[in-house]
Ligand binder design. Sequence first.
Ligand code: SAM
Length: 231
Amino acid sequence: HLSKRLARAAAYVRPGDRLADIGSDHAYLPCALVLDHVISFAVAGEVVPGPFQSAKKQVESLNLKENIQVRLGDGLDVVSEEDQLTVITICGMGGHLIASILERATQQKKLNGQERLILQPNVDEYILRKWLVENQYAVTAEEILEEKGKFYEIIVAEKEEALPIAVTEKDLTYGFFLKEQQDPIFRKKWEKELKKREQVVENLKKAAIPQSEKIVSFNIQISEIKELLKK
Ligand code: SAM
């Protein structure tokens, strides 16, 4: 049974896709997709021996060795052209780490540009969106969800065919679709971020030596978030 977070990411995998799940840990995501008969081939990649063993155990105990290959290695080092991948999932890590995995894969020519990327950064969504845009990926879908008091974003991207559209800082910070959709969870996340910044400003003002530059910078963010939420 997948967590809501992983289930929402898995929903972007298409029937018959050939998947590489990088940072697979227990390989829950590929196992669920094979058990649900959505896919019949997956690579589960792990760089840390402990999670690698957990993934192997999980795949063996579910009798899925025919369908899921668990491989030890850094990022997409573990895949090759022969795998004929059509989708890559990288979930549950910081956006910075996800971007660095994709950057290394690009340099090693591990991506042919045909793969759909399903990414679920826990933090640093801005950095990840920036990497995607700078590497000619178009974000094709975005989702936000809340689980156990935490907010998670899912970003789906595909290599861009047409000329890229003009991308703004706001697109990168708040999300291309997320800021338009204004899902209640999205509003809740940014209400919370707004309060955090307001609190910081209060604290800075009360400090022995108020740092006015910092206060101004936070005030800019505060008015931007208010504008975003139309408050
Ligand atoms: N993807 C699962 C999920 O979303 O529930 C597991 C997330 S877990 C917090 C992150 C996993 O990524 C860890 O098991 C870690 O060992 C693995 N990891 C971190 N950096 C990696 C890399 N460069 N290549 C492969 N796996 C990596």
